[in-house]
Write a protein that binds this ligand. Sequence first.
Ligand SMILES: [Zn+2]
Length: 328
Amino acid sequence: MRHVIALDVGGTSMKAALVSPDGAVLHEARQPTGRHRGADAVVGAVLGFADELRVRGEARYGLPPLAVGLAVPGIIDADRGIAVYAANLGWRDVPLRELLTERLDGVPVALGHDVRAGGLAEGRLGAGRGAERFLFVPLGTGIAGAIGIDGAIEAGANGSAGEIGHIVVRPGTAGAPCGCGQRGCLETLASAAAVSRAWAEAGGGADADAADCAKAVASGDPRAVRVWQEAVDALADGLVTALTLLDPGTLIIGGGLAEAGETLFSPLREAVRSRITFQRPPAIVPAALGDSAGCLGAGLLAWDLVTTGTASTTGAASTSNTTTEVTA
Ligand SMILES: [Zn+2]
């Protein structure tokens, strides 16, 4: 059977799959990224993992993979196939496409940005199916965004479109410093990591995380309710800015914080509704693909490369396929 390899490299684990032409996952695997072993070792692990998948696919289907889709975090230059910078992996200017094509004896490789790949998958296969225009916002360690338009992801002129996590929602010197150099960014207030931090400080305990905070909210702990509402308010401020500009029909919220379900979505819908005036409220829905989105999106990138000859989270119509993320 004709198939491609999809590979999503995260800070702690790598997910890979063999994917059929109709998008079915034929085989799935997961490995630790092993970033404690250093940047070069992580590159070696990526190449080795892809090779394992190649061998498995060839043994099972008697054919080499037609392409590889590789989704990575950080700043990437998709045109040149280079991982420019990934803080959490220690990468600087790693020519991933060339290295991987060489390792796999010439199999073509599409390199994509993890969040945009995830957005591509949510748009074509998940919560954005049927939505012509959507905004996908995963709330994890950081906050990023993918702007979906007609089944493709808009990357912007320089590949930095969608960086909603770095919209300043608390201007002035009181805002917490962000890794991007600004203060008061949405990411410092409403990422899963930010909520974990705030809840630990507010009495949740040193090991408290966002999920603990959500549980404490559900049980009515007033300290947790305060922390949670501050995050929801910041998130609504950022989202209203984005939807005022983009007018998406659907707002897809994913990442660790979205796992709180209605504990997040009920107050968030209310907070957005209370802020908008002339804007049409979008449907605010949870992401459907969970942490498989990036890997499924990598599979779509690979098939796009096979069928159209272009490898881009922006889709075939775009002239730019460089993607960037300000913080990893
Ligand atoms: Zn920032």
